[in-house]
Design a binder for this molecule. Structure first.
Ligand code: CUA
Length: 174
């Protein structure tokens, strides 16, 4: 999955660079009449605006209901374990990566360099919890892992060239 994301990024970056080169190469030709072009652009801008209002915003609001936060964490009682996680360019440093199923764990997350996103995925690669890894701050997630298996930590914030490779594993034992 991360490799695919990296490939898509590469293709998009190439397209953007190609676009810039095309514009730079054609920027000296000034024979076009811009009037009709501007009119067409405004039409598309209006269409895009309504697309945003009618499609994008409802989808965004619908998505908010699926956020992996909620009152669950508070109901789980005091944490029985803690994990310290530090984000680095480009790897995660976890002082422990094994926990027991059902036991609430406090995960203290910080960063040694730039901002990273600490996202925990369950064995079926569903995002179940996330927080920011920020230099100089510690954010805490309390979470009880509900099923045994290998959970993955991926970086959720673009943090440079090897961002896609920031992965760690948390083993949840039965
Ligand atoms: Cu760390 Cu992206």
């Amino acid at each position: 999955m991360q490799e695919a994301a990296w490939s898509y990024s590469l293709v998009l970056m190439t397209l953007i660079v190609a676009g810039f080169i095309y514009v730079a190469m054609h920027s000296r030709q000034r024979k076009t009449d811009y009037g009709p072009l501007v009119k067409r652009a405004y039409t598309w801008r209006a269409r895009f605006f309504w697309l945003l209002v009618l499609v994008f915003f409802p989808v965004m609001i619908y998505n908010l209901f699926d956020l992996p936060y909620g009152p669950r964490a508070a109901q789980q009682g005091p944490a029985t374990h803690t994990i310290s996680a530090i984000g680095h360019m480009w790897y995660w440093e976890l002082d422990k990566n094994e926990v027991k199923r059902g036991e609430p764990v406090d995960i203290h997350v910080t960063s040694a360099d730039v901002n990273h996103g600490f996202g925990i995925y369950d064995p079926s690669m569903r995002l179940i919890a996330q927080t920011q890894a920020m230099p100089g701050y510690t954010n805490t997630i309390r979470h009880a892992f509900e099923e045994a298996g290998v959970y993955r930590v991926l970086c959720l914030e673009y943090c440079g060239l090897v961002h896609h490779n920031m992965m760690a594993e948390i083993q949840v034992n039965p």
